[in-house]
Design a protein around this ligand. Structure first.
Ligand code: WT7
Length: 566
């Protein structure tokens, strides 16, 4: 990015000002993200450019131009308005990666409501917790998820509307509304809600160590940094065919699976099917994908299959590769150079940051295993663990801190101002991760500074798993920690003590696993349960997850007597 740096130095134009210039921001055009991803692109003459090529599990295809996206998101917004949904209300998207999810997201934003995407594999409890905390008014879903919603609806007084994208009215109960986008009257012009930069846009739930998941509140201003990083980090250019593997239930799937790419006017391809090596390579080959944003777990799955499957496909369309979510191991970088002729570029960020903050920019020399350098416009530092002041020496481990104030930073955790306040110290935003910086300014990820489990790039809160375990009739006490895994890096492992009258057995283990899977999700399900007679506790009775974790990783436990202090 030499031109960007030169612009910054010579004309003192910051990155975010550059984004404003390119988006014509602040000169009378709407700020609303929904408008910016569709109407603005059409105005630029790209109305007939394909915005979305969608491929379903069975190979069926649906294609939408930017003009389709513009009109259909208007139609969606008008439909929601007719239901009585008002600006500011939370509308949950609980569905597979079907076109209605993407169009629904834009429609919700055009209406001025808040999009709350939730992973469709979430079980009742994961779903209920997040809908209750958000006071969600409406949920947009598919027929197959209705049983789950019906079972929890009585607990959710705020939930007025259940809108079903693929059901006939005859299959629905009272309070459930069918939506058929194709037969709705097409709305050419919709009065897009006049969002300001601080108007809430997207609400993502993210897991912490303690308590229930936190609702990370994004605002419309986020577009500035999501656009600029999509252009400069993911290298999205006119004519690109872009594939992002992430589900919009997670922040990667909204920031870079909707907002970033569509604000840049490129064609997105979406594959609504799980991992399969030949299917994935065929997909790249068929659509001539040029830019691919993936994750280390997916890359490790590809690596496991060896180099032969890649040789069976023409993958020469790929121009740029990037990865996010977990540490990208050096072997994955070397392997992709060999197999795809180019390295995966690591990108580091979080639900809270909304955009990539530390990364390897295209063309920058990559040090395999390093996350790269702060994106121009982001100030990062390694902070002393106690004083929160930047450490001086290269190579010293500390907390990764960021100077607050970039456009896509969240404005708070919903209903949890204390939790948000704890994320700041000495003027820095604390990521909760540990790292080092070397003499060349490259950042290296060391580990999380909390007990949150990162399984295949998805964060799982131990508290949520432990609470679900405690609801099983056999479980007396529980602890959930990360266990090493060759593909997912970490998986959930549970330690439980049983109530009197229950015997440990592999049947009971399977039953408890299933119990958690149904309540939470397949991701949060413990892959291993150890039945123990007691759990290590601090003097005040708090379970010492760190001791259990250290055992799993074969790491030294440390001085138990100090660990036992709270
Ligand atoms: C946490 C954030 C932002 C989309 C991903 C999930 C870990 C993220 C990297 C990376 C090592 C990474 C961190 C971070 N993480 N990217 N490139 N190298 N670790 O967002 O669910 O909020 O998770 O994922 O621990 O704090 P998220």
């Amino acid at each position: 990015m030499p031109d960007l740096v030169a612009v910054e130095e010579e004309r003192e134009l910051s990155s975010w000002e550059l984004a404003k210039l390119e988006l014509n921001w602040g000169r009378g055009d709407p700020v609303n993200i929904g408008w910016n991803l569709s109407d603005r692109i059409c105005r630029q003459g790209l109305g007939q450019t394909k915005a979305l090529i969608w491929e379903g599990f069975g190979g069926q295809e649906r294609v939408f131009t930017y003009e389709d996206l513009r009109v259909l998101s208007n139609t969606m917004a008008a439909f929601l308005a007719r239901q009585g949904i008002a600006p500011g209300e939370r509308v949950c998207l609980f569905m597979d990666r079907i076109p209605e999810l993407y169009i629904g997201f834009l429609g919700i934003l055009k209406l001025g409501a808040v999009a709350q995407p939730l992973f469709s594999a979430f079980g009742e409890e994961s779903l209920a917790t997040r809908l209750l905390d958000a006071g969600t008014s409406a949920i947009l879903t598919q027929k197959k998820y209705l049983p789950r919603i019906r079972r929890i609806r009585a607990e959710l007084p705020a939930l007025r509307h259940v809108i079903v994208a693929d059901a006939e009215a005859s299959a629905l109960q009272q309070g459930e509304t069918p939506l058929h986008l194709d037969s709705e009257p097409r709305v050419e012009d919709f009065p897009v809600y006049p969002a300001g930069p601080e108007t809430p846009s997207v609400l993502h739930y993210t897991s912490g160590t303690t308590g229930q998941p936190k609702g990370a509140q994004h605002v419309h201003r986020s577009l500035l940094s999501q656009y600029l990083t999509a252009r400069r980090v993911l290298d999205l250019q006119p004519g690109d065919i872009y594939w992002c593997n992430a589900d919009p239930g997670w922040v990667t799937g909204t920031s870079y699976g909707i907002i970033g790419p569509w604000s840049a006017g490129v064609t997105q391809v979406v594959l609504d099917a799980g991992f399969n090596v030949d299917r994935w390579y065929s997909f790249i080959e068929k659509h001539r994908v040029t830019v691919w944003y993936s994750a280390p777990t997916a890359i490790r799955l590809l690596m496991k299959e060896g180099k032969t499957p890649a040789a069976r496909h023409d993958l020469s369309s790929l121009r740029h590769l990037a990865s996010v979510g977990e540490p990208l191991n050096p072997e994955a970088v070397h392997w992709s150079r060999e197999v795809f002729g180019r390295p995966f570029h690591d990108t580091y960020w979080q639900t809270e940051t909304g955009c990539i903050v530390i990364t390897n920019l295209p063309g920058m020399p990559i040090k395999a295993g390093s996350m790269g350098k702060p994106f121009p416009g982001i100030t990062a530092a390694i902070l002393d663990m106690r004083t929160f002041e930047p450490v001086a020496l290269p190579g010293r481990v500390g907390l990764i801190g960021l100077a607050p104030g970039w456009p896509s930073m969240i404005v708070g955790y919903r209903n949890n101002p204390e939790g948000y306040a704890k994320k700041f110290a000495s003027g820095w935003y604390l990521t909760g991760d540990r790292g080092t910086v070397d003499a060349d300014g490259y950042y290296w990820f060391v580990g999380r500074d909390d007990d949150v489990i990162n399984t295949g790039g998805h964060l799982v809160g131990p508290f949520e798993v432990e609470s679900a375990l405690l609801e099983h009739p056999a479980v007396a006490e529980s602890a959930a920690v990360a266990k090493p895994d060759p593909v997912n890096m970490e998986v959930v492992k549970a330690f439980v003590t049983l109530k009197p009258g229950y015997e440990a057995s592999s049947d009971l283990e399977l039953e408890i696993m299933n119990f958690v899977r149904k309540k939470l999700s397949p991701i949060a399900m413990p892959q291993d349960i150890s039945f123990v007679t007691s759990l290590p506790r601090t003097r005040s009775g708090k379970i010492m997850r760190r001791v259990l974790r250290a055992q799993e990783w074969g790491e030294p436990v440390g001085d138990l007597s100090t660990l036992m202090e709270d």
